[in-house]
Design a protein around this ligand. Structure first.
Ligand SMILES: NC(=O)c1ccc[n+]([C@@H]2O[C@H](COP(=O)([O-])OP(=O)(O)OC[C@H]3O[C@@H](n4cnc5c(N)ncnc54)[C@H](OP(=O)(O)O)[C@@H]3O)[C@@H](O)[C@H]2O)c1
Length: 496
Protein backbone atom coordinates (compact mmCIF):
# COMPACT_ATOMS: atom_id res chain seq x y z
CA UNK A 1 0.00 0.00 0.00
CA UNK A 2 1.30 3.46 -0.93
CA UNK A 3 0.94 6.39 1.46
CA UNK A 4 -1.28 9.31 0.39
CA UNK A 5 0.35 12.30 -1.24
CA UNK A 6 2.06 14.42 1.41
CA UNK A 7 4.80 16.83 2.38
CA UNK A 8 7.48 15.87 4.86
CA UNK A 9 8.73 18.98 6.63
CA UNK A 10 12.02 18.37 8.42
CA UNK A 11 12.96 20.92 11.08
CA UNK A 12 16.71 20.43 11.26
CA UNK A 13 16.76 19.52 7.57
CA UNK A 14 20.47 20.34 7.27
CA UNK A 15 21.52 18.44 10.38
CA UNK A 16 23.51 15.27 10.87
CA UNK A 17 20.49 12.98 11.34
CA UNK A 18 18.86 14.23 8.14
CA UNK A 19 22.10 13.94 6.17
CA UNK A 20 23.14 10.49 7.37
CA UNK A 21 19.81 8.77 7.93
CA UNK A 22 16.65 10.53 6.76
CA UNK A 23 17.58 11.58 3.23
CA UNK A 24 19.25 8.23 2.37
CA UNK A 25 16.20 6.41 3.80
CA UNK A 26 13.80 8.53 1.74
CA UNK A 27 15.86 7.94 -1.40
CA UNK A 28 15.72 4.17 -0.85
CA UNK A 29 11.96 4.31 -0.30
CA UNK A 30 11.68 6.21 -3.56
CA UNK A 31 13.77 3.63 -5.42
CA UNK A 32 11.59 0.88 -3.98
CA UNK A 33 8.47 2.71 -5.20
CA UNK A 34 7.14 3.07 -1.67
CA UNK A 35 6.83 6.85 -1.42
CA UNK A 36 3.53 8.52 -2.31
CA UNK A 37 2.89 9.21 -6.00
CA UNK A 38 3.40 12.89 -5.27
CA UNK A 39 5.46 14.11 -2.37
CA UNK A 40 7.75 16.91 -1.26
CA UNK A 41 10.53 16.87 1.32
CA UNK A 42 11.16 20.31 2.73
CA UNK A 43 14.18 20.87 4.95
CA UNK A 44 14.17 23.83 7.33
CA UNK A 45 17.22 25.32 9.01
CA UNK A 46 19.37 28.37 9.40
CA UNK A 47 21.84 27.37 6.70
CA UNK A 48 21.71 29.44 3.57
CA UNK A 49 20.85 26.61 1.20
CA UNK A 50 19.07 27.16 -2.09
CA UNK A 51 16.95 24.21 -3.26
CA UNK A 52 19.79 23.26 -5.60
CA UNK A 53 22.38 23.36 -2.81
CA UNK A 54 20.06 21.28 -0.64
CA UNK A 55 19.77 18.68 -3.39
CA UNK A 56 23.58 18.51 -3.51
CA UNK A 57 23.65 18.13 0.28
CA UNK A 58 21.11 15.30 -0.01
CA UNK A 59 23.08 13.64 -2.82
CA UNK A 60 26.21 13.73 -0.72
CA UNK A 61 24.32 12.07 2.15
CA UNK A 62 22.93 9.37 -0.14
CA UNK A 63 26.33 8.75 -1.74
CA UNK A 64 28.00 8.38 1.64
CA UNK A 65 25.36 6.63 3.72
CA UNK A 66 22.78 4.90 1.54
CA UNK A 67 22.75 1.12 1.24
CA UNK A 68 22.38 1.65 -2.52
CA UNK A 69 24.44 3.57 -5.01
CA UNK A 70 22.73 6.36 -6.90
CA UNK A 71 20.74 5.59 -10.02
CA UNK A 72 20.76 8.81 -12.06
CA UNK A 73 17.23 8.62 -13.45
CA UNK A 74 15.73 7.84 -10.07
CA UNK A 75 17.85 10.46 -8.40
CA UNK A 76 16.50 13.15 -10.74
CA UNK A 77 12.86 12.42 -9.87
CA UNK A 78 13.72 12.25 -6.16
CA UNK A 79 15.81 15.43 -6.19
CA UNK A 80 13.00 17.37 -7.88
CA UNK A 81 10.90 16.79 -4.75
CA UNK A 82 13.51 18.27 -2.36
CA UNK A 83 13.29 21.88 -1.15
CA UNK A 84 14.91 23.97 1.54
CA UNK A 85 13.60 26.90 3.52
CA UNK A 86 16.11 29.07 5.27
CA UNK A 87 14.52 30.02 8.60
CA UNK A 88 15.23 30.11 12.30
CA UNK A 89 12.50 28.54 14.41
CA UNK A 90 12.57 31.41 16.90
CA UNK A 91 12.44 34.25 14.37
CA UNK A 92 9.08 36.07 14.65
CA UNK A 93 8.42 36.10 10.90
CA UNK A 94 9.70 32.55 10.28
CA UNK A 95 6.47 30.61 10.26
CA UNK A 96 4.40 32.86 8.00
CA UNK A 97 7.32 32.63 5.52
CA UNK A 98 7.56 28.86 5.92
CA UNK A 99 3.78 28.58 5.52
CA UNK A 100 3.71 30.63 2.33
CA UNK A 101 6.51 28.58 0.76
CA UNK A 102 4.93 25.28 1.78
CA UNK A 103 1.63 26.40 0.23
CA UNK A 104 3.40 27.23 -3.04
CA UNK A 105 5.28 23.93 -3.14
CA UNK A 106 2.14 21.95 -2.36
CA UNK A 107 0.09 23.88 -4.91
CA UNK A 108 2.69 23.38 -7.65
CA UNK A 109 3.11 19.69 -6.92
CA UNK A 110 -0.59 19.01 -6.35
CA UNK A 111 -0.26 17.88 -2.73
CA UNK A 112 -3.53 18.24 -0.85
CA UNK A 113 -2.03 19.54 2.39
CA UNK A 114 -1.20 16.33 4.26
CA UNK A 115 1.88 17.05 6.29
CA UNK A 116 4.33 15.17 8.44
CA UNK A 117 6.49 17.41 10.62
CA UNK A 118 9.79 15.90 11.74
CA UNK A 119 11.55 17.38 14.78
CA UNK A 120 15.17 16.67 13.83
CA UNK A 121 16.34 19.62 15.90
CA UNK A 122 18.12 19.57 19.27
CA UNK A 123 15.68 18.55 22.04
CA UNK A 124 15.55 22.08 23.49
CA UNK A 125 13.78 23.10 20.25
CA UNK A 126 11.03 20.44 20.39
CA UNK A 127 8.57 22.50 22.42
CA UNK A 128 9.27 25.91 20.76
CA UNK A 129 8.81 24.32 17.33
CA UNK A 130 5.52 22.71 18.27
CA UNK A 131 4.27 25.99 19.78
CA UNK A 132 5.16 27.80 16.59
CA UNK A 133 3.29 25.20 14.56
CA UNK A 134 0.26 25.86 16.71
CA UNK A 135 0.49 29.67 16.51
CA UNK A 136 0.92 29.53 12.77
CA UNK A 137 -2.13 27.21 12.52
CA UNK A 138 -0.09 24.55 10.74
CA UNK A 139 -1.87 21.72 12.49
CA UNK A 140 -5.20 20.83 10.97
CA UNK A 141 -7.91 19.73 13.40
CA UNK A 142 -8.07 15.95 13.74
CA UNK A 143 -11.43 15.79 11.97
CA UNK A 144 -10.11 17.62 8.87
CA UNK A 145 -9.78 15.67 5.62
CA UNK A 146 -6.04 16.33 5.57
CA UNK A 147 -3.73 15.00 8.23
CA UNK A 148 -0.89 16.50 10.22
CA UNK A 149 1.51 14.17 12.01
CA UNK A 150 4.52 14.82 14.16
CA UNK A 151 7.71 12.77 14.46
CA UNK A 152 9.74 13.31 17.60
CA UNK A 153 13.28 12.03 17.95
CA UNK A 154 14.73 10.75 21.18
CA UNK A 155 15.72 11.88 23.75
CA UNK A 156 12.32 12.89 25.08
CA UNK A 157 13.36 14.49 28.33
CA UNK A 158 16.15 13.69 30.75
CA UNK A 159 13.98 12.42 33.60
CA UNK A 160 10.31 11.82 34.32
CA UNK A 161 9.43 15.47 34.99
CA UNK A 162 11.09 16.84 31.85
CA UNK A 163 9.63 14.06 29.67
CA UNK A 164 6.16 14.86 31.00
CA UNK A 165 6.68 18.57 30.32
CA UNK A 166 7.64 17.86 26.68
CA UNK A 167 4.75 15.43 26.25
CA UNK A 168 2.29 17.92 27.79
CA UNK A 169 3.44 20.68 25.46
CA UNK A 170 3.17 18.42 22.41
CA UNK A 171 -0.20 17.08 23.54
CA UNK A 172 -1.58 20.61 23.66
CA UNK A 173 -1.10 20.76 19.88
CA UNK A 174 -1.20 17.19 18.55
CA UNK A 175 -3.42 14.28 19.57
CA UNK A 176 -1.61 11.09 20.68
CA UNK A 177 -2.60 9.39 17.40
CA UNK A 178 -0.79 12.11 15.46
CA UNK A 179 2.47 11.72 17.41
CA UNK A 180 5.19 9.26 16.37
CA UNK A 181 8.03 9.02 18.90
CA UNK A 182 11.00 7.35 17.29
CA UNK A 183 13.27 4.82 18.87
CA UNK A 184 15.11 3.79 15.74
CA UNK A 185 15.98 0.41 17.27
CA UNK A 186 12.37 -0.58 16.73
CA UNK A 187 12.79 -0.10 12.98
CA UNK A 188 15.62 -2.62 12.73
CA UNK A 189 14.74 -5.84 10.95
CA UNK A 190 16.12 -8.09 13.65
CA UNK A 191 14.21 -6.22 16.33
CA UNK A 192 10.95 -6.57 14.41
CA UNK A 193 11.79 -10.21 13.97
CA UNK A 194 11.80 -10.82 17.72
CA UNK A 195 8.01 -10.88 17.72
CA UNK A 196 7.91 -13.04 14.60
CA UNK A 197 10.40 -15.45 16.12
CA UNK A 198 8.39 -15.66 19.32
CA UNK A 199 4.86 -15.70 17.98
CA UNK A 200 5.19 -17.36 14.57
CA UNK A 201 7.22 -20.37 15.73
CA UNK A 202 6.06 -22.89 18.26
CA UNK A 203 9.67 -23.82 19.01
CA UNK A 204 10.36 -20.72 21.01
CA UNK A 205 7.31 -19.24 22.69
CA UNK A 206 6.61 -22.22 25.01
CA UNK A 207 10.16 -21.85 26.38
CA UNK A 208 10.04 -18.13 27.08
CA UNK A 209 9.24 -18.21 30.79
CA UNK A 210 10.70 -18.84 34.23
CA UNK A 211 10.31 -22.60 33.92
CA UNK A 212 12.90 -22.87 31.13
CA UNK A 213 14.87 -19.63 30.99
CA UNK A 214 17.79 -19.25 33.36
CA UNK A 215 18.54 -15.65 32.48
CA UNK A 216 18.57 -13.14 29.65
CA UNK A 217 21.43 -10.86 28.61
CA UNK A 218 20.87 -7.74 26.53
CA UNK A 219 24.01 -6.00 25.31
CA UNK A 220 24.38 -2.85 23.26
CA UNK A 221 28.12 -2.30 22.92
CA UNK A 222 29.79 0.51 21.02
CA UNK A 223 33.39 0.43 19.91
CA UNK A 224 33.54 4.18 19.47
CA UNK A 225 34.16 6.72 22.18
CA UNK A 226 32.12 9.86 22.64
CA UNK A 227 33.44 11.31 19.35
CA UNK A 228 31.88 14.65 18.48
CA UNK A 229 28.84 14.22 20.72
CA UNK A 230 30.41 15.38 23.99
CA UNK A 231 28.06 18.36 24.40
CA UNK A 232 25.04 16.07 24.32
CA UNK A 233 26.62 13.17 26.16
CA UNK A 234 27.90 15.25 29.06
CA UNK A 235 24.27 16.03 29.90
CA UNK A 236 23.05 12.50 29.24
CA UNK A 237 25.31 9.51 29.97
CA UNK A 238 24.71 5.88 29.07
CA UNK A 239 21.65 5.31 31.25
CA UNK A 240 19.67 8.11 29.62
CA UNK A 241 21.17 7.70 26.16
CA UNK A 242 20.76 3.94 25.76
CA UNK A 243 18.97 2.18 28.62
CA UNK A 244 15.86 4.34 29.00
CA UNK A 245 14.99 3.75 25.36
CA UNK A 246 16.82 1.10 23.32
CA UNK A 247 17.58 -1.48 26.02
CA UNK A 248 14.20 -1.24 27.71
CA UNK A 249 12.47 -1.51 24.34
CA UNK A 250 14.41 -4.69 23.56
CA UNK A 251 13.54 -6.03 26.99
CA UNK A 252 9.83 -5.46 26.41
CA UNK A 253 9.91 -7.34 23.10
CA UNK A 254 11.63 -10.34 24.63
CA UNK A 255 9.41 -10.42 27.70
CA UNK A 256 5.94 -9.23 26.63
CA UNK A 257 2.88 -11.46 26.57
CA UNK A 258 1.51 -12.42 23.15
CA UNK A 259 -0.79 -9.58 22.05
CA UNK A 260 -4.25 -10.61 20.86
CA UNK A 261 -3.74 -8.63 17.65
CA UNK A 262 -1.05 -6.64 15.87
CA UNK A 263 -2.97 -3.41 16.33
CA UNK A 264 -0.55 -0.68 17.42
CA UNK A 265 -2.20 -0.06 20.76
CA UNK A 266 -2.62 -3.73 21.59
CA UNK A 267 1.10 -4.36 21.03
CA UNK A 268 2.03 -1.25 22.96
CA UNK A 269 -0.29 -2.18 25.85
CA UNK A 270 1.59 -5.46 26.24
CA UNK A 271 4.96 -3.73 26.12
CA UNK A 272 3.80 -1.21 28.68
CA UNK A 273 2.85 -3.99 31.09
CA UNK A 274 6.43 -5.22 31.12
CA UNK A 275 7.83 -1.83 32.02
CA UNK A 276 5.17 -1.49 34.70
CA UNK A 277 6.23 -4.88 36.07
CA UNK A 278 9.91 -3.98 36.42
CA UNK A 279 10.99 -4.25 40.03
CA UNK A 280 11.79 -0.71 41.23
CA UNK A 281 15.46 0.16 41.62
CA UNK A 282 15.38 2.60 44.47
CA UNK A 283 18.02 3.41 47.08
CA UNK A 284 19.94 0.31 48.14
CA UNK A 285 18.52 -1.71 45.25
CA UNK A 286 20.11 0.72 42.86
CA UNK A 287 23.46 0.37 44.66
CA UNK A 288 23.21 -3.40 44.49
CA UNK A 289 21.92 -3.90 40.95
CA UNK A 290 23.12 -0.90 38.91
CA UNK A 291 26.80 -0.48 37.98
CA UNK A 292 28.03 2.67 36.29
CA UNK A 293 31.53 3.28 35.02
CA UNK A 294 33.58 5.53 32.77
CA UNK A 295 36.25 4.56 30.28
CA UNK A 296 39.81 5.52 31.07
CA UNK A 297 42.81 5.46 28.72
CA UNK A 298 43.46 2.18 26.96
CA UNK A 299 45.11 0.57 23.96
CA UNK A 300 43.47 -1.06 20.97
CA UNK A 301 45.63 -2.82 18.36
CA UNK A 302 48.67 -1.11 19.82
CA UNK A 303 47.04 2.32 19.40
CA UNK A 304 46.64 4.38 22.57
CA UNK A 305 43.14 5.74 23.18
CA UNK A 306 42.30 8.61 25.52
CA UNK A 307 40.08 8.24 28.54
CA UNK A 308 36.65 9.88 28.51
CA UNK A 309 37.74 12.93 30.48
CA UNK A 310 40.50 13.66 27.94
CA UNK A 311 38.08 13.67 25.01
CA UNK A 312 37.32 16.99 23.28
CA UNK A 313 34.46 18.84 24.94
CA UNK A 314 34.40 16.70 28.09
CA UNK A 315 34.93 18.31 31.51
CA UNK A 316 38.20 17.03 33.06
CA UNK A 317 36.29 16.14 36.25
CA UNK A 318 33.23 14.69 34.47
CA UNK A 319 31.42 11.92 36.34
CA UNK A 320 29.19 11.00 33.42
CA UNK A 321 28.88 7.24 33.01
CA UNK A 322 29.90 5.74 29.67
CA UNK A 323 28.97 2.22 30.79
CA UNK A 324 26.00 0.78 32.65
CA UNK A 325 25.24 -2.77 33.74
CA UNK A 326 21.97 -3.64 35.43
CA UNK A 327 20.39 -6.71 36.93
CA UNK A 328 16.67 -6.37 36.43
CA UNK A 329 13.66 -8.43 37.49
CA UNK A 330 10.22 -8.51 35.94
CA UNK A 331 7.75 -9.23 38.69
CA UNK A 332 5.08 -11.19 36.86
CA UNK A 333 4.17 -14.87 36.63
CA UNK A 334 6.02 -15.50 33.40
CA UNK A 335 9.37 -14.11 34.51
CA UNK A 336 9.36 -14.39 38.30
CA UNK A 337 12.91 -14.94 39.53
CA UNK A 338 14.58 -14.76 36.09
CA UNK A 339 17.33 -12.12 36.08
CA UNK A 340 17.67 -9.91 33.01
CA UNK A 341 21.19 -8.51 32.70
CA UNK A 342 21.47 -5.34 30.65
CA UNK A 343 24.75 -3.74 29.68
CA UNK A 344 25.77 -0.95 27.38
CA UNK A 345 28.90 1.10 26.99
CA UNK A 346 31.25 3.04 24.82
CA UNK A 347 34.81 2.01 23.96
CA UNK A 348 34.06 -1.67 24.36
CA UNK A 349 35.99 -4.20 22.24
CA UNK A 350 33.48 -4.30 19.38
CA UNK A 351 30.20 -2.91 18.17
CA UNK A 352 27.51 -5.44 19.00
CA UNK A 353 23.85 -5.34 19.89
CA UNK A 354 22.52 -8.70 20.90
CA UNK A 355 20.05 -10.47 23.10
CA UNK A 356 20.82 -13.90 24.45
CA UNK A 357 18.30 -16.08 26.16
CA UNK A 358 20.03 -18.76 28.14
CA UNK A 359 17.98 -21.80 29.05
CA UNK A 360 18.33 -23.72 32.29
CA UNK A 361 20.92 -26.50 32.34
CA UNK A 362 19.77 -30.00 31.49
CA UNK A 363 19.57 -32.28 34.56
CA UNK A 364 22.91 -33.75 35.74
CA UNK A 365 22.12 -37.20 34.39
CA UNK A 366 22.73 -39.11 31.13
CA UNK A 367 25.07 -36.96 29.00
CA UNK A 368 25.48 -34.37 31.75
CA UNK A 369 26.62 -36.67 34.53
CA UNK A 370 30.24 -35.60 34.80
CA UNK A 371 30.49 -32.75 37.37
CA UNK A 372 33.82 -31.65 35.83
CA UNK A 373 32.42 -31.46 32.30
CA UNK A 374 28.95 -30.01 32.43
CA UNK A 375 27.16 -29.43 29.13
CA UNK A 376 26.75 -25.84 28.01
CA UNK A 377 23.15 -24.74 28.42
CA UNK A 378 21.20 -23.96 25.24
CA UNK A 379 21.35 -20.32 24.23
CA UNK A 380 19.25 -18.47 21.70
CA UNK A 381 21.14 -15.40 20.51
CA UNK A 382 19.52 -12.65 18.48
CA UNK A 383 22.13 -10.40 16.87
CA UNK A 384 20.68 -7.04 16.03
CA UNK A 385 23.80 -5.44 14.64
CA UNK A 386 26.16 -5.54 12.95
CA UNK A 387 25.75 -9.13 11.64
CA UNK A 388 21.98 -9.52 11.66
CA UNK A 389 21.36 -13.12 12.57
CA UNK A 390 20.09 -15.47 15.17
CA UNK A 391 21.74 -18.59 16.44
CA UNK A 392 20.89 -21.47 18.63
CA UNK A 393 23.64 -22.97 20.76
CA UNK A 394 23.00 -26.68 21.20
CA UNK A 395 24.92 -29.76 22.32
CA UNK A 396 25.70 -32.32 19.64
CA UNK A 397 27.55 -35.60 19.36
CA UNK A 398 30.88 -35.36 17.61
CA UNK A 399 30.82 -37.95 14.78
CA UNK A 400 32.84 -41.00 15.82
CA UNK A 401 32.73 -44.23 17.71
CA UNK A 402 32.73 -42.62 21.15
CA UNK A 403 30.07 -40.43 22.74
CA UNK A 404 31.72 -37.06 22.78
CA UNK A 405 29.50 -34.03 23.05
CA UNK A 406 30.36 -30.55 21.92
CA UNK A 407 28.50 -27.24 21.79
CA UNK A 408 27.62 -26.20 18.23
CA UNK A 409 25.74 -23.24 16.79
CA UNK A 410 22.86 -23.37 14.33
CA UNK A 411 22.81 -19.99 12.68
CA UNK A 412 20.46 -18.01 10.46
CA UNK A 413 22.25 -15.14 8.78
CA UNK A 414 19.68 -12.71 7.37
CA UNK A 415 21.84 -11.48 4.55
CA UNK A 416 22.64 -14.97 3.32
CA UNK A 417 19.18 -16.42 3.94
CA UNK A 418 17.28 -13.70 2.15
CA UNK A 419 19.99 -12.65 -0.31
CA UNK A 420 19.25 -8.97 0.12
CA UNK A 421 20.34 -6.19 2.39
CA UNK A 422 17.84 -5.22 5.06
CA UNK A 423 16.23 -1.83 4.73
CA UNK A 424 17.57 0.74 7.15
CA UNK A 425 15.51 1.29 10.28
CA UNK A 426 14.55 4.80 9.18
CA UNK A 427 13.10 3.48 5.91
CA UNK A 428 10.57 1.38 7.73
CA UNK A 429 9.85 4.04 10.33
CA UNK A 430 9.34 6.88 7.84
CA UNK A 431 7.08 4.70 5.74
CA UNK A 432 5.02 3.71 8.78
CA UNK A 433 4.48 7.35 9.73
CA UNK A 434 3.31 8.13 6.21
CA UNK A 435 0.92 5.19 6.42
CA UNK A 436 -0.20 6.18 9.92
CA UNK A 437 0.91 2.92 11.57
CA UNK A 438 2.20 3.64 15.10
CA UNK A 439 3.08 0.08 16.13
CA UNK A 440 6.84 0.67 16.08
CA UNK A 441 6.67 4.00 17.89
CA UNK A 442 6.65 4.78 21.57
CA UNK A 443 3.41 5.84 23.15
CA UNK A 444 3.41 8.55 25.77
CA UNK A 445 2.70 6.17 28.65
CA UNK A 446 5.54 3.89 27.52
CA UNK A 447 8.06 6.73 27.51
CA UNK A 448 6.94 8.08 30.86
CA UNK A 449 6.79 4.68 32.55
CA UNK A 450 10.36 4.01 31.39
CA UNK A 451 11.45 7.32 32.87
CA UNK A 452 9.56 6.56 36.07
CA UNK A 453 11.65 3.41 36.44
CA UNK A 454 14.94 5.03 35.41
CA UNK A 455 14.65 8.26 37.41
CA UNK A 456 15.22 6.73 40.89
CA UNK A 457 18.53 5.28 39.63
CA UNK A 458 19.56 8.72 38.37
CA UNK A 459 18.47 10.26 41.68
CA UNK A 460 20.48 7.72 43.63
CA UNK A 461 23.57 8.46 41.57
CA UNK A 462 23.08 12.17 42.20
CA UNK A 463 22.72 11.50 45.95
CA UNK A 464 25.92 9.47 45.89
CA UNK A 465 28.00 12.03 44.03
CA UNK A 466 30.97 11.23 46.24
CA UNK A 467 30.95 7.48 45.68
CA UNK A 468 33.92 6.31 43.60
CA UNK A 469 33.12 5.99 39.89
CA UNK A 470 34.50 2.69 38.57
CA UNK A 471 36.72 2.89 35.50
CA UNK A 472 37.53 0.49 32.67
CA UNK A 473 40.30 0.75 30.10
CA UNK A 474 39.14 1.89 26.66
CA UNK A 475 38.87 -1.23 24.49
CA UNK A 476 38.16 -3.58 27.41
CA UNK A 477 34.87 -5.38 28.09
CA UNK A 478 33.86 -3.09 30.97
CA UNK A 479 34.64 -2.70 34.66
CA UNK A 480 35.25 -5.55 37.11
CA UNK A 481 32.22 -4.30 39.04
CA UNK A 482 30.01 -5.40 36.14
CA UNK A 483 31.64 -8.84 36.21
CA UNK A 484 31.02 -9.05 39.93
CA UNK A 485 27.37 -8.13 39.44
CA UNK A 486 26.68 -11.14 37.23
CA UNK A 487 29.25 -13.52 38.72
CA UNK A 488 27.74 -13.09 42.19
CA UNK A 489 24.72 -14.95 40.75
CA UNK A 490 26.88 -17.79 39.37
CA UNK A 491 26.62 -16.56 35.76
CA UNK A 492 29.00 -14.84 33.35
CA UNK A 493 28.68 -12.18 30.68
CA UNK A 494 28.87 -13.49 27.16
CA UNK A 495 32.19 -12.50 25.69
CA UNK A 496 32.34 -9.38 23.57
N1 LIG B 1 22.40 12.28 14.61
C1 LIG B 1 21.88 11.13 14.99
O1 LIG B 1 22.32 10.07 14.56
C2 LIG B 1 20.73 11.09 15.97
C3 LIG B 1 20.30 9.84 16.45
C4 LIG B 1 19.21 9.79 17.32
C5 LIG B 1 18.56 10.96 17.68
N2 LIG B 1 19.01 12.16 17.21
C6 LIG B 1 18.26 13.37 17.59
O2 LIG B 1 17.85 14.03 16.41
C7 LIG B 1 17.88 15.43 16.60
C8 LIG B 1 18.81 16.06 15.57
O3 LIG B 1 20.12 15.56 15.79
P1 LIG B 1 21.33 15.91 14.81
O4 LIG B 1 22.44 15.01 15.21
O5 LIG B 1 20.90 15.91 13.41
O6 LIG B 1 21.70 17.38 15.29
P2 LIG B 1 22.43 18.51 14.46
O7 LIG B 1 23.38 17.96 13.46
O8 LIG B 1 22.93 19.50 15.46
O9 LIG B 1 21.25 19.15 13.64
C9 LIG B 1 20.27 19.93 14.25
C10 LIG B 1 19.63 20.79 13.19
O10 LIG B 1 18.74 21.67 13.85
C11 LIG B 1 18.81 22.93 13.22
N3 LIG B 1 18.50 23.96 14.16
C12 LIG B 1 19.02 24.16 15.39
N4 LIG B 1 18.48 25.25 15.94
C13 LIG B 1 17.61 25.75 15.03
C14 LIG B 1 16.76 26.90 14.98
N5 LIG B 1 16.68 27.76 15.99
N6 LIG B 1 16.02 27.09 13.88
C15 LIG B 1 16.09 26.25 12.84
N7 LIG B 1 16.87 25.15 12.82
C16 LIG B 1 17.63 24.93 13.89
C17 LIG B 1 20.27 23.03 12.79
O11 LIG B 1 20.36 23.75 11.58
P3 LIG B 1 21.08 25.14 11.44
O12 LIG B 1 22.19 25.20 12.46
O13 LIG B 1 21.50 25.20 10.04
O14 LIG B 1 19.98 26.07 11.74
C18 LIG B 1 20.63 21.61 12.43
O15 LIG B 1 20.39 21.35 11.07
C19 LIG B 1 18.32 15.66 18.03
O16 LIG B 1 17.18 15.77 18.84
C20 LIG B 1 19.08 14.38 18.36
O17 LIG B 1 19.08 14.12 19.74
C21 LIG B 1 20.07 12.25 16.35
Amino acid sequence: MKPPNLTLVIFGGAGDLTHRKLLPALYNLHVDGLLPDTFAVVGIGRREFTDEAYRDFAKDGVQQFSRRTIDQARWQTFAAALFFINASIDAPDAFPTIGARLDTIEHERGIPGNRVYYLAVPPAWFVPTVRQLQHARFVAPTDAKMFARLIVEKPIGRDLASAMAINDAIASVFGERQIFRIDHYLGKETVQNILVLRFANSFFEPLFNQKYVDHVQITVAEEEGVGTRAAYYEAAGALRDMVQNHLLQLLTLVAMEPPYSLDADVVRDEKLEIIQSLRPMEGDASDAYAVRAQYGPGTVDGKPLPGYTSEAGVAPNSRIETFVALQVFIDNWRWAGVPFFLRTGKRLPRRASEISIQLKPVPPILFNKNPDKRLDPNVLTIRIQPDESFSLGISSKVPGTRVEIRPVEMELDYCRAFASSSPEAYERLLLDVMLGDATLFMRRDGVETSWKWITPILNRWTERQDAPLPAYPAGSAGPVEADRLIESTGRRWRSL
